[in-house]
Design a protein around this ligand. Sequence first.
Ligand SMILES: [Zn+2]
Length: 583
Amino acid sequence: MENFIVSARKYRPATFKQVVGQDSITSTLQNAIRNNQVAQAFLFTGPRGVGKTTCARILAKTINCENLTDTLEPCNRCESCIAFNNNASFNIHELDAASNNSVEDIRTLVDQVRIPPQVGKYKVYIIDEVHMLSQAAFNAFLKTLEEPPAYAKFILATTEKHKILPTILSRCQIFDFKRISVEDIAGHLAYVAKNEGVDAEVEALHIIAQKADGALRDALSTFDQIVSYSGKELTYKQVIENLNILDYEYYFRVTDAMLAGDISQLLLVFNQIIENGFDGQDFITGLNEHFRNLLVIKDPATLELLLASPSLKERYNKQAASCPAELLMEAMKICNKYDLDYKTSNNKRLHIEIALMQLSRLVFAPQERQMPKTAAPSPPSVVKEKPVQYSEKKTEPQPQQASLKQPVTKTETKPLQTPEQKPVTGTGTSGKSKIKHISIKDSLEALKRKDDNKETKEEEVIATEFDQQKLLDTWHSFVESYKSKSPSFAAAIGKYDPVLKENFTIEYKVDNIIIAQDVLNVTALLEFLKKELKNNQISLKHVLPKKTDKKVAYTDRERFEEMAKKYPGIIKLKDQLNLELEF
Ligand SMILES: [Zn+2]
């Protein structure tokens, strides 16, 4: 490995034009140079490895160059440029605040600021990880930052902008460096690979770029690392083995199994993934990404969002042809949900397995959920005074059932389905027919209809009239019967009388909102009322009692307090007799 220079250093950009993925920042800086309006202090913020220090160095070199090119790039020929290129310039001072963060370090720097440059126009001070400076060091530096000599420029760099004092922020021109896109990183890696004579597969570079999470420096060191033992050929397989990345092969297999509704296959593949030491959440995130890719490739307009080699795109294309867009969207919803809940689940493996089971059911929707629209029962009739029994309805013939076996008519054409879409062979529980056409749109509609059915059936109206007195009687009989179950709830709702309002709404008062939010008890109350009053249209509405509301003395203690209010002597009597209240 002689003469091995890490790519991050070797391919460190020397001009603004070479900086990867920070176009808006480099063009703003160049404009400032063109207009001779370079600020005195800059704050470069952003994640690590995205080019903050690099841009700072280029800026220092550019503003010191004696013969800037027409495109405002340093000439690389003048004395200053040569000194910069040899890392021998006296006009650039770098301080790493992570390791030099004391007051003394800053004082040394401040002393240097006083000496004007011998060659070139500007002295540039780069303070990296500036948020690491101690409070005292910050203060010592602030004065210099307030009144710097004209030849001094400061570039502060940090990954943690929120830790920078407002007094510093207000004196700096702030540049937010973005994470570099996967495409930009992959492009740069391809450039490096070409220059190094490394034959690299597109997917290999993309996967390195993805793993780097926006940091070009990380991507370059990963690249170096893998090249160092794989040699001049860099394949996708080597990369996923080295980085322990979940292979897209898994996702293709999982999707195939999902399309076949093959739950056992799904669980087996997942088992393999776990046994290879992968994390369940990485898997579900990656699977979601895979579905997204399948969706993206369906539409030529979004095709460019898919970062893959032509051969891989072809594979996506082929699989996407069997996946209706609606199915993918449903699948992504499931993945997203289980991804979000992953952290809080106690049995993480089971958590993912449940997600897979749900995915496997998506394609069965047409068979299981076929329910023609006409199957909905006739609109419910409002029956007053005479409750309708559910059983009466059940005995009615259901003429719609005859149409159940008819195929669901296709309602519209699906532009996203490619013509070569093949029927997928079903396995498992798919029933009599082995071949089924998957149409999630149909199935979703059928599902919706089924849900409608369910709801309307539940909503069969029983609306027997009752009056306030009947309500009070029923209410109090509930309170009595509920005392043994939950004395506190019974006491709370027994304290005030409920009021019958319009549309069978019952307004009731309890002092404590928490009691009104006790779903279990409130539901028990509601069910009791519905049953006893033979009316399933009843709803409960809680209102907080007003101060003026007369309380109904309910507990013994309340009765005692009521009496004590009327007859104050009663307390005296209690005290004289040395009585204790047992309630
Ligand atoms: Zn120059």
